[in-house]
Design a protein around this ligand. Sequence first.
Ligand code: ATP
Length: 615
Amino acid sequence: MTPPNATDRRFETGRAVLAVARLLPQISRPRTALFIATTVLVAALPLAMTVATGLLIGAVPAAAEAGPGSPEARDAYLLLAAGVTALLLGRLVDNVHRANAVNLGRELELLLQDRLVAAVARPAGIAHLEDDGVLALLRIARQLGADFIRPERAVRGLAAIAPEFLAAAGASIVLCTFNLWIGLAWLVAWPAIFLAMQREYTRVGLTAYMRSTEMRESEYVRDLAMDARPAKEIRVWGLMGWLLDRYDRQWADRLDHSNRFQRMRVRTAVGVIGALGALTAATGLLLAQAGLSGAVGFAALSVYLVAMTGMFKFTAFDDVAAFLALGSLPVPKVLALESELAADERPVTTELPAEAPARSVRFEQVAFAYPGASRPVIEGLDLEIEAGTSLAVVGHNGAGKTSLVKLLAGLYEPTGGRITVDGTDLAGVDPAAWRTRLSALFQDFTRYQLTVRDNIALGAPHLAGDTDRIWKACEPMGIRALIDSLPNGLDTVLSSEYEGGTDLSGGQWQRIALARALFAVQAGAKILILDEPAAALDVRAEAELYEQFLDITAGLTTIVISHRFSTVRRADRIVVLDGGRVVEDGSHDELMALGARYAEAFTLQANRLARTPHA
Ligand SMILES: Nc1ncnc2c1ncn2[C@@H]1O[C@H](COP(=O)(O)OP(=O)(O)OP(=O)(O)O)[C@@H](O)[C@H]1O
C-alpha cells in the first residue's frame, strides 16, 4: 500500500468527510434522515428567531401607539410567540441532534472496526501483514476510538458544523438583501475559510499518518519496556535505560515535528482572521452609514447586525472543526484498505477431491520472493512429495526450508511456477479448504495464554469439547502426568499472568504444541508439517518423539524440517535445500552413499554426538 501523493492530499479533506457522510445511511437510514432534518432545523430556527426579533422590534412602536387589544399589538404578540417558540424548539432540536450524532458516531466506529477486522482476516496469506502501508492502517484501526483519530468525533463535528454552515449561508442571504456584494462575499468567505482550515488540520493528521512507521517503532520500544516476555533479557542486559532514552528521543522528535506543523496552522489562521476582520469592518461600516443616513430602518438594521454577528458562531477554528478533519481522515483509508485487500483475493476455480492428496504434491519450477525483497529466496524449485510418505528437509540457516512449507500452507503465493496437488494447481483452490487438510507446527509456534485444553484443541476448534480426543493427542507427547500435576488439569491457564495459571518450560511448551498438531491430524488433516518440531528437546527425546509421530501418522504425508540428523534419518526421503533449490535428494542411505553435503553434515554431527554422550 502506498501513502497518498500530493494531488490526492488536496482532496483528502472533502473525500474523508464525504466518506463519513456516505457511511451514515449504512448504519441507520432513519437516524441519518433525522440527522439531516435536525441539521436544517438547528440552522433555521435561530435564523427564524433573529428575523422574528427584528420584526418585533420594528412592530413595537406601532403596537405601543395603538394600545392593547389592537391588531398591531396582536401582531407584536404573535412575533414574540414565534421568536420564543423558535428559541425553545431550537434548544430541543439541538439536543436531539447532538445525541443522535454521538450515537451515529459510536456506531460508525464499530462499523469501521468490524469491516477492518473482516478485511484483514479475509486474505488467505499473511503477506499483507508485512506490508508497511497495511500496518500503518492497522495501527490507525487499533486506535480507532482513541486520541484524535475518532470517526465518532468526526460525526459530532459534522453535526456541529453542518447547521452552522447552513445558518451562515442563511445569514449571508439575509445580508444580500442589504448589499448584494457584501452578502455574496460572506457567502463565499465561510466555505473558503472552512476549507483552508480543514486542509491545515488534515495536513497535521496526514503527517501523523505518514509518520506511522516511526510511531510504530516508538510504540514497539515502549511495549518492550513494559511486556513480560522480553523482561528477562532487558533486565539481564541492563537495556531499560537505553530503551527509555530511545523512547524519549522518539517522542521529542514527534513533538518537534508536530510543533512545526502547529506553526504552519497559526500562519493560515492569522491570514484567515485578517480576511474576516476586513470583511466585518466593511459590513459594519456600510451598515452604520445606512443606519445613520436612514436608508435602512431600525428593525432591518437590527436584523442585519444580528445576522452579521451570528455568523461568528461558525466554528472553522474550533476543536470541532479539527475533530471533523482528523476524525474523518482514517475513514477513506479503512475503506481503501478494505477494497485493496478484497481485490487481492484470487478466485476459487477448482475443488480438490476429498481424498487429495492421494498421489502427490508437486513444486514445479517454483520461485518466491518475500514482498518488497529484492532477491528470491526460492528459485526454480522442483520437488515431488509422494502422498503417504515422510519427507525431511534439511539445509543451512536461511536456505529456504521454512519458506517452502509456508508456500505449501498457502501463507504466501509463489511468485513463479506452481504447486499442484494430484495435478490440480493450488492457485485455484480455496486456501481455507486446503488448510483443513494440513496440520502444521512452525518453529515460532504460538504459546496461547489460554487453558491447556484450548492450546491443544485449537488444532481443530470444532472438536474442542472432545476431552477423550484431547487426551489421545497428549498421550504420545508424554504430557499426561504434567497436565495432571497442574492446579486445574486440562483447564489450567498456561500463563502465570492469570490467577491459578502457570507457565511451562520450553520443551513442555513444544510438547503441547506437538499435541495440537496431532489433534489436527486426528481431526482429519492429511499433511503434517513439522518445522523444527522439538528444537527445545534433547536430541534423543526429539528423535523418539519423531519416531512416535511417524508411527501414529503412518499413511499420512509428513514433512519435517530439522537440523537434527538423528530425526531426519528416520524419514523415508530427505532433500537438501540450498539457495532455494533442491541440491540432494534420496533416502538416508542413498545420501550417505553419495558422500556429498548430507553425508558430510551427518558425519560431523554424529561424531560430535559421540563425544558428548549426554546431548
Ligand atoms: N517474512 C520474511 N520477509 C522477508 N524475508 C524473509 C522472511 N522470512 C524469511 N525471510 C528470508 O528468507 C530466507 C529464507 O528463510 P527461511 O526461514 O525459509 O530459511 P530456513 O531454511 O528455514 O532457515 P532456518 O534453518 O534458519 O530456520 C532468509 O534469508 C530470510 O532472511
